[in-house]
Design a protein around this ligand. Structure first.
Ligand code: PMT
Length: 390
C-alpha cells in the first residue's frame, strides 16, 4: 500500500521514523508529510532517509499543488503523533499549512490518527468533542495510552507505540474475515480478597488479552472482553468489556458469554486458589506470631469451557510456564479439551507479564506447532488470530 505518514509537533515525533521503518518492513511504500513544528523534534534528513522519499512540509514550495498529488498518490494517511492542534484544525475544516491541507483533501480514503498530548489537554472537552467528530467521520484513533508523559506527569496522553500503530494499519488493510463472528477473550489478573484491604494477585497487566481483543475486533468480530483489574483502556465499537475482580466473577462472565461465541481465547492469569474466608475488616498483626491462610481452589474457567465446547467452537488457552514448558502445555491442551494452546515461558527475556513484547509457541491439537520470535504483543496477537482462524 502507498501510505502517507503525517507528523505533527509533539515530543512523540521522535518515534515517527520507527513507524516508517515498520511500515516499510511490512512492504508498504511510505512518504512523509510534516508540520513546521514537527521538524523541531525530528529532522527532515531522518524522515527522508527512512522513507527513501522526499518530505512534504511546505505548502508553497516546488509546485503548489503537491497536497493534491500526494493525496492522489496515497492510499492511506497515518498521522503520528496527532497533536490537539491538528485534531482541532481538521475537526473544524481549517487548512492553513501543508499537512492540514493534505488532510482536508484526503477524503474517501482511510485515515488513522495516533493522538499524543498532555493528559489535561486530552481530557479537555474541546479535544474530546473534536475526537468524537473525527471518529464519526470514520477516522480511526489508536491510543493515546496511559503512562508517564514528557511533561513529567502521568496520565492518558502518550502516543501508542509504533508497533501498535503499524498493527492498526495492518488491520485496516485486512479484509474483515471475522465479520459476523463473536469471540470471547479473558485478560488481566484476578484479585482474591483476603480482607478489606489485601488480596492475592499476580503481575498480569492485561496487555496480551487487550491486544487479542483489538485484533479480533479489527478483523470484524464482536468481542466480549472479560477483564480482571487493569489500568488499560480500550475503545472499539465492537469490543464489549466486562470488568471483574475475582476468578469466580470471571468464571460467571465467561461461562455466560461462551455459548453465543464462535470461539474463546483465555489469556487471563487466573488465581488457582483463593482464601477460604474474606473478612470485612482489616486483619490485625498478632504479636510476633506467623499467620496461616487457608486456601481453596477456584473453578477452572478454561477447563469448564472445554467441557461446554461444541464441535463448531474454537477454544484457545494460554500456558505460562517456568519449566518443562512444552510437556506442561501439551498436558493442558489435552486435559482441558483445547484446540490450541499458546505457550509463553518466563525463562524467555521480554516475554510474559507486564512487558509490551512476548515470545510464544502455538501448539494445535492436530499436532501443528508455530514458534514466534520476540515480538510486540500486537504482532503476537495477529499471529495467534491468523493461526487459529485459518
Ligand atoms: O497480561 P500481560 O501482562 O500482558 O501478560 C500476559 C500473560 C503472561 C498473563 C499471558 O500471556 C498468559 O500467559 N496468560 C495465562 C497465564 C496463566 O495463568 O497460565 P496458566 O498456565 O496458569 O493457566 C492455563 C490456562 O488456564 C490459561 O489460559 C488461563 O487463563 C486458564 N485458567 C487458569 C486457571 C483458572 N482457574 N482458570 C483458567 O481459565
Amino acid at each position: 500500500m502507498r501510505i502517507v505518514v503525517g507528523i505533527t509537533g509533539g515530543i512523540a515525533a521522535y518515534k515517527a521514523p520507527e513507524l516508517v521503518r515498520l511500515l516499510k518492513k511490512a512492504g508498504h511504500e511510505v512518504r512523509c508529510a510534516a508540520t513546521e513544528h514537527a521538524l523541531e523534534f525530528v529532522t527532515r534528513t531522518t524522515l527522508e532517509t527512512v522513507s527513501q522519499n522526499s518530505l512534504y512540509c511546505d505548502l508553497f514550495a516546488s509546485g503548489r499543488t503537491e497536497h493534491i498529488s500526494l493525496k492522489d498518490w496515497g492510499e492511506m494517511l497515518v498521522i503520528a503523533p496527532a497533536t490537539a492542534n491538528i485534531i482541532g484544525k481538521v475537526a473544524n475544516g481549517i487548512a492553513d499549512d501543508a499537512l492540514s491541507t493534505l488532510l482536508l483533501a484526503f477524503s474517501g480514503k482511510p485515515v488513522i490518527m495516533a493522538p499524543a498530548m498532555n493528559c489535561e489537554m486530552w481530557a479537555h472537552p474541546a479535544v474530546q468533542r473534536n475526537i468524537e467528530t473525527l471518529k464519526s467521520w470514520g477516522i480511526r484513533m489508536v491510543g493515546p495510552e496511559e503512562g508517564e508523559l514528557a511533561c513529567g506527569v502521568s496520565g492518558v496522553g502518550r502516543m501508542a507505540e509504533p508497533a501498535a500503530i503499524a498493527a492498526a494499519v495492518y488491520a485496516a488493510v485486512q479484509p474483515q474475515q471475522l465479520q459476523g463472528q463473536h469471540w470471547l477473550v479473558t485478560a488481566g489478573p484476578t484479585y482474591e480478597r483476603i480482607d478489606s484491604v489485601r488480596f492475592i494477585g499476580n503481575y498480569s497487566s492485561g496487555k496480551m488479552g487487550f491486544a487479542l481483543a483489538q485484533t479480533l475486533a479489527d478483523a470484524g468480530a464482536e468481542v466480549e472482553l472479560v477483564s480482571g483489574p487493569t489500568s488499560l483502556s480500550i475503545n472499539h465499537p465492537r469490543i464489549h468489556r466486562t470488568s471483574v475482580e475475582s476468578a469466580r466473577e470471571m468464571y460467571a462472565a465467561a461461562t455466560e458469554a461462551f455459548p453465543r461465541c464462535n470461539g474463546a481465547i483465555l489469556s487471563a492469569a487466573v488465581a488457582d486458589y483463593r482464601p477460604s474466608e474474606c473478612t470485612d475488616h482489616k486483619l490485625k498483626k498478632n504479636g510476633s506470631e506467623g499467620m496461616h491462610l487457608d486456601l481453596v481452589q477456584n473453578p477452572d474457567i478454561l477447563a469448564t469451557l472445554g467441557s461446554m465446547k461444541t464441535s463448531e467452537q474454537t477454544l484457545v488457552g494460554f500456558a505460562l510456564e517456568t519449566d518443562n514448558e512444552e510437556a506442561n502445555a501439551q498436558h493442558k491442551l489435552e486435559k482441558k479439551n483445547l484446540d490450541y494452546i499458546v505457550l509463553n515461558s518466563l525463562r524467555d527475556k521480554g516475554a510474559g507479564f507486564g512487558v509490551d513484547t512476548n515470545k510464544v509457541t502455538i501448539i494445535g491439537r492436530n499436532g501443528s506447532r508455530k514458534e514466534s520470535p520476540l515480538m510486540s504483543k500486537q504482532e503476537v496477537a495477529h499471529l495467534i488470530i491468523k493461526t487459529i482462524t485459518l
